[in-house]
Design a protein. Sequence first.
Length: 403
Amino acid sequence: MSNFTLKMTIADNTAFAPRRSELFNRQSAREARAFHSKLPGYRPTPLLSLPAFAAALGVEQILVKDESHRFGLNAFKMLGGAWAIARLLCKETGCDIHDFSFAAFRQQQREPMTFATTTDGNHGRGVAWAARQLGQRAVIYMPKGSSQARVKHITELGAECIVTQMNYDDTVRLTMRNAEKHGWKVVQDTAWEGYSEVPTWIMQGYATLADEAVEQMQAMAVRPTHVFLQAGVGAMAAGVLGYLSDVYDAEKLHAVVVEPDKADCLFRSARKGEMVNVGGEMNTIMAGLACGEPNPLGWPLLRDCARQFISCEDRVAALGMRVLGNPLGEDPRIVSGESGAVSAGVLAAILHHPQAEALKQKLKLTPASRVLLLSTEGDTDPQHYREVVWEGKDGVTIDRSES
């Protein structure tokens, strides 16, 4: 086994105080899933076991929820956007969410509304998809440096897409100003003063994937000991962890939050004990995680229920992409994008690290550990995926002297 060292800083959460969330739990997740299950083309995404990878790492099981199969959109994000838009439309029109369907609403031929959001790609694609399904309009803003492939995915769904010269968080503020000016409805997965209802719905919508995963694990007679959750603003991580903490008890589930080191606002918040913002361009390959300001709805839950926070370099995500796409033994192949593969990259980086045993001890990874990972996107930027997986972009340097 080759040895190499990738930058990963692990911070223990000294504020860990497990609790059940009143907003993000089994009840809210199952209400969202009941809605999603009525959408044409719905089916649970696969939960795949990687026994060869688990054996190499020295744990009992590694399970990966593969969100590249979600509604043909190659990512999980539509779960939040579609649920929030449905809730918004019900609020505007007075209809009952339990009776709401995309097809029935479109047949009403109401005056179209315009939904606006900021995205690094996947969330905007989900909002554009939902708007088109409902006969509504969408205006999607993207931060500086967004790939043309991700822009095209949005415009092909009929939405207007505007790439700014700002970072993600400044683009959110621009979106808000323009939405207020034009009377658009904002569908954003982070919150601020006076704006919390929609991001709450979005986060609850994300938990559909967790409800599916729990159902799938129950069918396999598996109870996870660990879950690794990648985070940008922390909306998905908190929505999913709230649900899993309700099901499994946060005290008994070792949750780890993973971020790129160029946008590690939650990691820094955990170290300081209060929300910390990160500025600058945040030019990480993990485009979906390039967010510098924690979601204030999600941060308290992550602060209370996550055991550890990891800040890691881009090469960790690139390693995860290659490992999932070129698996050991008979493990299934998973096409996972930069943001989707970073947690698998953490495990692979530990496997090859000269101090692997010490890192495993720190994360409480033992031969009895059963680890749940979420591959939240597929190859949403196909060119970059090939550059990483085929051409070796963000590769590793092997120290043969330690082999």
